[in-house]
Design a protein around this ligand. Structure first.
Ligand code: SF4
Length: 746
């Protein structure tokens, strides 16, 4: 908090706001006078951050009134990407956008309009509600890379996905491709406290991360080989009798089939695939299975594997079931959706999307689990078991690369309009060159944003969106958990910024959806959602001021009372839901998206193994590159290379190097570190340069150091169940940048 502000002066109000710069939504106290935020600090009473804020959270006031913020609705007046804009009113923008969308629907069908979403700094249910009422099934996020496939696989196997965990009583925590030491300050703080009381921590990560440095065991596996490791752990736990026989007998189906199936996946089989020793695999499996109760924390690394992702999630899910580490004290909890409030899914109006439109969802014919075929089946089971379904926005998405391909090719049908909210697809979605071409070609694009991003720069309209201090928030983990953390807006939006809720509502009001948007403000909608909690408050703001949180009483061992939300009512080690969708009911081994065993010729040209997508401070995805205080901490992109490999390639610390895959090349600056194995290359994600020209062809240097140029969205590299694409375990080569290109900023 700024020490130069006198907070004892008269007329200061303290508002209970939150930070929006990553998914943690840390609690913030905002000191407000005359409609201005004078200072902020972490809220000591907030259960996750307990008063702390990381470097991103601490720059909230810089973000609030940064000179580069988009503050007024803008309409493109020159050629696409030329940077010629006219400032217009919201009414004009909304009238024109509504008219254009109606014309596209009349000519091409509602499915020709798609929406792209991003990080959770929006009310996604409002977006889905608008699209359902409009009639298009083509909503998508980057959720494929962010835990949603895990949610769906685990829900298929045990009827819900354990998002919440009872870490306090745990004896062993597995962090699988997760580095809270860099990505989640509150979580790491909590873990360190528990380690002091005896918690064991296993970190599975190709990098020696901040978290690995504090772990009891670090498994530096080959990027992309997670499936082999998970199968070998299942093998050890079954073959060496480490499973919970009573729990398995009573509550699981398919143990015999699983035991036979994993006989082949010994630690000796997995060792050359994972680059670990059989002893490391055995010892770590023992640690997890015998230090009970234990947790496997949710994380996203496995979701980003591409073609082996679904099987890896499946194998990892079996570990909890075999050890009985589910819904008991100290384990991973199956909370189900909130029973006490109106959930995100109940706000989405999914029943208003006609069946024939659901059937047109792009990608649903290829990737059935995270689209309407799989979601519909799982939602029906969940409604039967829990009385409510998981959120469709996130869990039931058009396949993003296939939508971009539809824009380019017109197959399976033309997509003519894209409504973009809280995302910058050029930098955040896979195979960026293809994504960029699609955005250059789209007929009509509207972007709701804080900044002029490379994506916004290609849009027809750019609309200014309110940030964290200017809007209220309900944090409930995308409708996957049963608690609510509520925050209020500190001030009304500055300039002509609006809450994204108002964008979807006001557009809906112009398109015949009036009766479905009874809540004039987002606070009205939130009040409707929390009223069933029974606190009796007159308004949402009053609830935040008086209570702020709602944690229902925790019930362990719910399965003893109600079973599991699967077709059999038990944990299905042999999954009937996956089988019904046409997928293997037990996890079968497939290699990483690109690997030396399946394609030795490719490995000769691209001998190194790439992993992308690591979160790193102080940025979040492709956000915050404008803020000079954060750029001071990290002003250029870095790639990690082992010193022995660098020496062989003639690369020194701080040299600019090219990193190349079959999809293209990017450049980043070399950081030599023993923290990665000699064949491993680790790039940073998200990079673009807002200080450069934001017009064509430069567009903020959006391809130059952008790791998504290297990733693959080819169907054969995608997970057959979820469609998640390959960010990790790809083959690459690295070489020094020479000549003029080696200059910084070129
Ligand atoms: S961890 Fe940092 S960026 Fe994330 S919500 Fe908390 S303060 Fe904000």
């Amino acid at each position: 908090m700024s020490k130069s502000v006198d907070l004892s002066q008269e007329g200061i109000e303290v508002k209970k706001s939150c930070c929006y710069f990553c998914h943690q939504n840390c609690g913030v106290l905002a000191y407000v006078k005359d409609g201005n935020v004078l200072a902020i600090e972490g809220d000591p009473s907030y259960p996750t951050n307990e008063g702390g804020l990381c470097c991103r959270g601490n720059i909230a006031l810089k973000h609030l009134d940064h000179p580069a913020r988009v503050n007024y609705p803008l309409k493109r007046v020159g050629k696409r990407g030329e940077g010629q804009w006219e400032q217009i009113s919201w009414d004009q923008a909304l009238d024109e956008i509504a008219a254009k969308l109606a014309a596209i629907r009349d000519e091409f069908g509602a499915e020709a309009v798609a929406t792209a979403g991003g990080t959770s700094r929006t009310d996604d249910w409002a977006r889905r509600r608008f699209m359902n009422l409009f009639g298009s099934p083509n909503c998508f996020h980057n959720s494929h890379l962010c835990w949603i496939p895990t949610f769906m696989v685990e829900t298929a196997i045990y009827g819900w996905c354990p998002f919440d965990l009872d870490l306090g009583a745990s004896r062993c925590l597995v962090l699988w491709g997760q580095n809270p030491g860099a990505s989640s300050m509150p979580e790491m703080h909590h873990i360190r406290g528990l380690q002091a009381k005896g918690l064991k921590v296993i970190v599975i990560d190709p990098r020696f991360t901040e978290t690995a440095a504090k772990a009891d065991m670090w498994l530096p596996l080959r990027p992309g080989s997670d499936l082999a490791l998970a199968l070998a752990w299942v093998n050890v736990i079954i073959n060496e009798g480490l499973y919970d026989a009573e729990f398995v007998t009573e509550y699981c189906e398919g143990f015999g089939e699983l035991a036979d199936h994993v006989e082949q996946f010994t630690p000796e089989w997995a060792a050359p695939l994972t680059w670990l020793t059989p002893e490391q695999i055995r010892e770590s499996a023992y640690m997890y299975a015998t230090s009970k109760p234990g947790n496997i924390q949710w994380g996203v690394a496995i979701d980003q594997l591409g073609k082996s992702a679904g099987a890896a999630m499946h194998a990892r899910a079996l570990l909890r079931a075999l050890t009985g580490n589910l819904d008991c004290p100290g384990s991973d909890l199956l909370t189900g959706p909130s029973q006490d409030s109106i959930t995100d899914e109940e706000m989405e109006a999914n029943d208003r999307l006609p069946e024939e439109q659901k059937a047109k969802q792009i990608g649903a014919d290829k990737f059935k689990l995270v689209t309407w075929p799989g979601y519909g089946k799982i939602a029906e089971l969940a409604k039967k078991h829990w009385g409510k379904a998981p959120t469709a926005e996130w869990m039931c998405e058009a396949h993003p690369p296939s939508v971009f391909n539809a824009i380019l090719t017109g197959e399976p049908y033309p997509v003519k309009a894209l409504l973009v909210s809280a995302t910058n697809p050029v930098n955040s979605y896979g195979q960026s060159k293809m994504t960029l071409e699609a955005l250059r070609k789209i007929d009509f694009m509207v972007t709701c944003e804080y900044w002029m991003t490379p994506t916004a720069a290609l849009s027809d309209y750019v609309l200014p969106i309110a940030g964290a201090l200017e809007r209220p928030t309900i944090t409930n983990s995308y409708g996957c958990a049963d608690f609510l953390l509520c925050s209020q807006r500190a001030i009304q939006p500055m300039y002509e910024r609006r809450n994204d809720y108002n964008f979807w509502r006001d557009l809906g009001m112009r398109m015949g959806q009036e009766e479905m948007w009874p809540w004039e403000t987002v606070e009205d909608a939130y009040h409707y959602r929390i009223e069933p909690l029974g606190y009796g408050t007159e308004s949402y703001d009053e609830f935040v001021e008086l209570y702020r949180f709602h944690f229902p009483e925790r019930e362990f061992y719910k399965y003893k009372r109600i079973g599991f939300g699967t077709p059999s009512g038990k944990i299905e080690l042999y999954s009937s839901t996956l089988k019904d969708l046409g997928y293997p009911p037990l996890p079968e081994y497939v290699g990483p998206a690109e690997n030396e065993a399946d394609d030795p010729e490719l490995a000769k040209e691209f001998p190194l193994v790439l992993t992308t997508g690591n979160g790193f401070m102080p940025f979040h995805h492709s956000e915050h590159f404008q803020i000079k205080e954060l750029r001071f901490l990290r002003h250029e992109p870095r790639v990690e290379i082992n010193p022995a490999t660098a020496a062989e390639l003639g690369i020194a610390e701080d040299d600019w190097v090219w990193i190349e895959t079959r999809r293209g090349r990017i450049k980043q600056k070399a950081s030599l570190t023993q923290g990665v194995a000699p064949r491993v290359i680790v790039t940073e994600r998200g990079w673009w340069f807002p200080e450069r020209s934001m017009t064509e062809p430069e567009l903020g240097g959006c391809l130059e150091s952008n790791t998504n140029v290297l990733t693959s969205v080819a169907d054969e590299h995608c997970d057959p169940m979820s469609g998640t694409w390959a960010n990790r375990g790809l083959l690459c080569k690295v070489y020094k940048v020479n000549g003029a290109d080696a200059k910084e900023g070129k």
